[in-house]
Design a protein around this ligand. Structure first.
Ligand code: NAD
Length: 490
């Protein structure tokens, strides 16, 4: 059993509070995977101040030297990948195969940002007064608060922490309660990579206490958050109040359009994968499939047959497609959203219930509903579970209008073989991640990622895009000392 600690000022420690959080395996609720510390407000403040103290020396290090720590962390993560993937599966119920994929992505992210330490940070411009040197440089923000969700407990923290560190910031990291043990193990690997004390702080606990303290602390110079819209809005308000740079990636209600000319077998296969893998708990999961009426019947049949064929299984099994959801409260919320959909007039075509064979865990059968009205809660609210709504569209333009009729704009997909439909979709769809004949879920680690509308604060993460958030641009002019322009030119 894991007993996760806090990591402050280069030391592992227990909280002075007498509170501990517990993590039970969502696949076997009787199994206690471990406990984590519930940090106090004072401990959180101490962590912020420690990151503040470490900043001066860390930002003075050369980029390639900072990169060496990240290369070492990548090596350690790769070496311990299988063990960490097992922990992800035990703690949040992610199928083991997908957990291994996430760890590999974490390794790629660390290597990518280690390399960033050797790349240019600015540009030189022609100065209007000849001999002067005019250039831009990027400098770190300072101390960055990083607040992460539970569904990608390795990849999301790393795509924030690695760029923060490589560009010279120090970090205080608050992981989600549901993934505190995985976060602790990842933090242990980062510690073994040898970062100087204070460069990364790790504080677990309650979001409204630890997270709240981080976002409101006067020594925090930037906040990067991924999670729900409800919390994201509070962060935006706190950051604007203090004039602090912030970045939010939040929820989605991602549409897939199946056009009348789509390859229906491919569309059904990929829509099921995007909607149901990891029990629909990816922010980019498909939750609405909008189908042109001309192919509604054959597509629905293909889709429903495939969903009925999914075997719900223990996530440790190598071929698991759909395991449990993260927590009994999530299970209850998902079932209640399905019931609400039925109350609104939708019809269950597959699933809609708990798994009867796997009653020891938080399993929800993969669920498909049709007769879904575009303005119903089922079509509008994020459910974050294995639930897919089929919405008919009269024609292609109507399908795009339904897809865009949402407060969210994270990812979207279309299945078509018609170039005009594809081009029209690309022109009009309101989403940050767009796939043509592909799943709404799935992100490359080196390409920009983020949403539109209420899914995001409109910044982007990953790849070169991260430099925009984790640095400030300074414009610098250096002129010759003590000489007139004419003398300098001579
Ligand atoms: P959540 O908002 O409940 O929690 C996210 C983090 O915020 C946690 O670390 C939590 O402790 C912290 N927190 C809670 N209250 C806080 C407060 N008052 N002040 C500061 N921090 C606080 O989200 P979750 O349940 O962990 O994750 C699921 C959500 O995340 C879904 O909405 C999903 O769509 C979204 N998500 C988005 C992306 C993306 O890139 N767009 C990726 C993954 C998940």
């Amino acid at each position: 059993m894991i007993s996760a600690k806090l990591y402050i000022q280069g030391e592992w420690r227990e909280s002075e509070s007498d509170r501990r959080g517990e993590r039970y395996n969502p696949a076997h609720l009787e199994e206690l995977v471990g406990t984590y510390e519930v940090a106090t407000i004072q401990e959180t403040e101490e962590a912020v101040l420690s990151a503040s103290k470490a900043l001066k020396r860390w930002k003075m290090k050369a980029g390639p030297e900072r990169g060496e720590y990240l290369f070492k962390a990548a090596q350690l993560l790769e070496h311990n990948g299988k063990e960490l993937a097992c922990l992800i599966t035990s703690e949040v119920g992610k199928p083991f195969g997908e957990a291994m994929g996430e760890v590999k992505r974490g390794v790629a992210l660390l290597r990518y940002y280690a390399g960033e330490g050797m790349r240019a940070l600015g540009e030189v411009y022609p100065a209007s007064d000849g001999p002067s040197l005019l250039y831009s440089n990027r400098v770190p923000l300072g101390v960055v608060g990083i607040i992460t969700p539970w569904n990608f407990p390795v990849a999301i923290p790393l795509w924030k922490i690695a760029p923060a560190l490589i560009y010279g910031n120090t970090v205080i990291w608050k992981p989600a309660e549901h993934s505190s043990l995985t976060a602790y193990r990842l933090m242990q690997l980062l510690e073994q990579a040898g970062f100087p004390p204070g460069v990364i702080q790790f504080v677990t606990g309650i979001g409204s206490e630890v997270g709240h303290t981080v976002i409101n602390h006067p020594s925090i110079n930037g906040i990067s958050f991924t999670g729900s819209n409800h919390v994201g809005k509070q962060i935006a308000k706190a950051a604007v109040e203090r004039g602090v740079k912030y970045q939010l990636e939040m929820g989605g209600k991602n549409p897939t359009i199946v056009a009348a000319d789509a390859h229906l077998e491919q569309a059904a296969e990929m829509t099921v994968s995007a909607a149901m893998r990891f029990s629909g708990q990816k922010c980019t999961a498909t939750s609405r499939v909008i189908v042109e009426r001309a192919v509604l019947e054959p597509f629905t049949k293909l889709l429903v047959d495939k969903v009925k064929g999914i075997k719900v299984s223990d996530p440790m099994q190598a071929d698991c497609f759909l395991g449990p959801v993260v927590h009994p409260s999530a299970q209850a919320d998902i079932l209640s959203a399905i019931q609400q959909g039925v109350n609104e007039g939708a019809r269950i075509r597959a699933g809609g219930s708990l798994s009867s064979e796997l009653s020891e865990g938080c399993y929800v059968n993969p669920t498909v509903l049709d007769h879904v009205k575009p303005d119903s809660d089922l079509a509008r609210k994020e459910i974050f579970g294995p639930v897919l709504a089929i919405i008919p569209a009269d024609d292609f333009q109507h399908a795009i209008a339904i897809a865009n009729d949402s407060q969210y704009g994270l990812s979207a997909a279309i299945f078509t073989s018609d170039i005009d439909r594809m081009l029209s979709f690309l022109k009009h769809i309101e989403a940050g991640l767009i796939k043509v004949n592909g799943e709404t879920a799935g992100v490359e680690p080196h390409a920009p990622f983020g949403g539109m509308k209420q899914s995001s604060s409109h910044s982007r993460e990953q790849g070169r895009a991260a430099i925009e958030f984790y640095t400030s641009v300074q414009t610098i002019v250096i002129s010759p000392a003590g000489k007139s322009l004419e003398e300098a030119e001579a």
